[in-house]
Design a protein around this ligand. Structure first.
Ligand SMILES: *[C@@H]1O[C@H](CO)[C@@H](O)[C@H](O)[C@H]1NC(C)=O
Ligand SMILES: *[C@@H]1O[C@H](CO)[C@@H](O)[C@H](O)[C@H]1NC(C)=O
Length: 447
């Protein structure tokens, strides 16, 4: 009987997540849309809500942002915070809050509150008081979703050591190796990867629990997880800023007088830490940075992984401003469109910033976003078959990305090829023998 009541209670709560999304969607139908990115191992849908003035569509020039939570099913605070965040944004939008209106109109925001609903179910069944440190952490098939991504760090670093970058391999968009498919990949991880690769995300945060700190990549050291040590990305400056933007606006993270969660006092480091110098393991953050254009960080939003329901209002107040401020950072740096001379956007063009060994690419309409701290940058746009163009782009201190558009023309060679293809002719290619014969004749004739 007791088992039964637990079961029904469970359904109510699982329903609550979905029901709450539906309520928000009904309250704010013109700025929200519910969709799912796939299913968990036990068949539960992984629901996301999108908040934007044009839900369901990518608007040219508008950056996309994501928050995910509950990769570890027992770290439930992030899930609750995202459910509160969607209600807050809907209500504030309706009441005309200018800051929220601006954010909704200029950004496409995706919230995925429960990446691992199977694990959550297990944790929830036991409840806040009785749950230990790890029950419900893993997926149904025992996988730690956060660390279930392919280790692209090793691939990029090996290529760098062989001096393959940038001639034989890019310094970004590292391909997923074939062997990964035959490893133990959770359905939830597969769904996340497909989603991450499909949408032109610019910035993301995954909410974790059990600490009060924001970690930024890399999460894995170069020395294969032996020693923890600082392992900066080429974008270390902006990553530090992004981490600081969350931590410094949190009510407790940078408070030097607060009680530490466990043994480590992160307040001394402004509530932020390079992931590799804390726990070294490749995860979602490194994957996101090395595989896609999206810069991803982890927010450990509270000491308690499964706080009591009565603590939620306080936890919401602790994190509310940080959650908003971090989303707003998607509008930092430069953005623009790469076009050809006919004004058509060029997809997959490469945007390089001098001095930063990590490029990003344009989305389907030729639009791009490059997160950068204030400063003056030499930026280059290039695409296959086009001549590259460089220009100076300046990022100021005020919010709002600097517009930096590029028009690039076809290279002479690709234009010639195009003309010849039009007339169904192939470019003239002399066989090697003929070329060699010519060279020797020339030499003989002394020309
Ligand atoms: C959505 O509806 C609200 C309330 O009717 C209105 O104030 C707002 O301008 C609408 N927004 C969009 C993007 O259509
Ligand atoms: C391409 O051709 C134009 C003339 O059509 C010439 O002026 C230009 O220098 C050429 N560019 C390159 C890179 O060869």
């Amino acid at each position: 009987k007791q088992q039964l009541s637990k079961q029904s209670q469970l359904k109510v709560d699982l329903l609550a997540c979905w029901a709450l999304m539906k309520v928000v969607n009904e309250m704010c139908p013109n700025i929200t849309r519910i969709y799912n990115i796939g299913k968990s191992q036990s068949g539960l849908k992984l629901y996301a809500i999108e908040i934007s003035d044009n839900p369901g569509e990518h608007e040219v020039g508008e950056p996309e942002f994501r928050y995910t939570a509950g990769l570890h099913g027992n770290e439930v605070l992030g899930r609750e915070l995202l459910l509160l965040l969607m209600q807050f944004m809907c209500l504030e939008y309706l009441s005309g809050n200018q800051r929220i209106r601006h954010l909704v109109e200029e950004t496409r925001i995706h919230l995925l509150p429960s990446v691992n609903p199977d694990g959550y179910e297990k944790a929830f069944e036991v409840g806040s008081e009785l749950i230990g440190w790890s029950l419900g952490r893993w997926s149904n098939d025992g996988i730690d979703i956060h660390h279930n991504f392919p280790d692209l760090n090793a691939i990029l670093w090996a290529a760098e050591a062989k001096k393959w970058v940038p001639r034989k391999m890019f310094n970004h968009h590292v391909a997923i190796p074939d062997w990964y498919q035959s490893t133990n990949v959770a359905l939830e991880t597969r769904a996340l990867i497909a989603w991450i690769e499909k949408m032109p995300f610019v910035l993301g945060g995954n909410l974790q629990g059990g600490e009060l700190v924001v970690t930024f990549p890399y999460d894995r050291t170069r020395s294969q997880g032996v020693v923890r040590e600082q392992t900066p990305t080429p974008d270390d400056h902006i990553f530090r800023w992004l981490a600081f933007s969350y931590a410094s606006t949190h009510r407790l993270m940078t408070d030097a007088n607060r009680r530490v969660c466990h043994t480590q006092d992160f307040a001394k480091e402004d509530g932020t830490i390079n992931g590799a110098s804390w726990h070294t393991a490749a995860g979602m953050n490194d994957f996101s940075y090395l595989r896609t254009n999206c810069f991803e960080l982890s927010m450990y939003v509270g000491c308690d992984k499964f706080p009591h329901e009565s603590d939620l209002p306080e936890e919401w107040e602790n994190n509310r401003e940080s959650l908003l401020v971090f989303m707003e950072q998607v509008h930092r740096g430069i953005k623009g469109v790469v076009k050809d001379h006919q004004g058509r956007g060029i997809a997959n063009a490469i945007i390089s910033v001098e001095g930063i060994n990590h490029d990003i690419r344009t989305a389907a309409d030729g639009d791009y976003w490059r997160l950068l701290n204030p400063g003056e940058y030499r930026v280059t746009a290039r695409a296959e078959g086009y001549s590259l163009v460089s220009k100076k782009c300046e990022v100021g201190y005020e919010m709002g990305a600097t517009r930096c558009d590029f028009t690039i023309g076809r290279t002479n060679m690709s234009r010639i090829k195009e003309i010849m293809e039009k007339f169904k002719k192939q470019p003239i290619k002399l066989p090697m023998r003929q070329l060699a014969a010519r060279g020797s004749r020339r030499r003989r004739l002394g020309t």
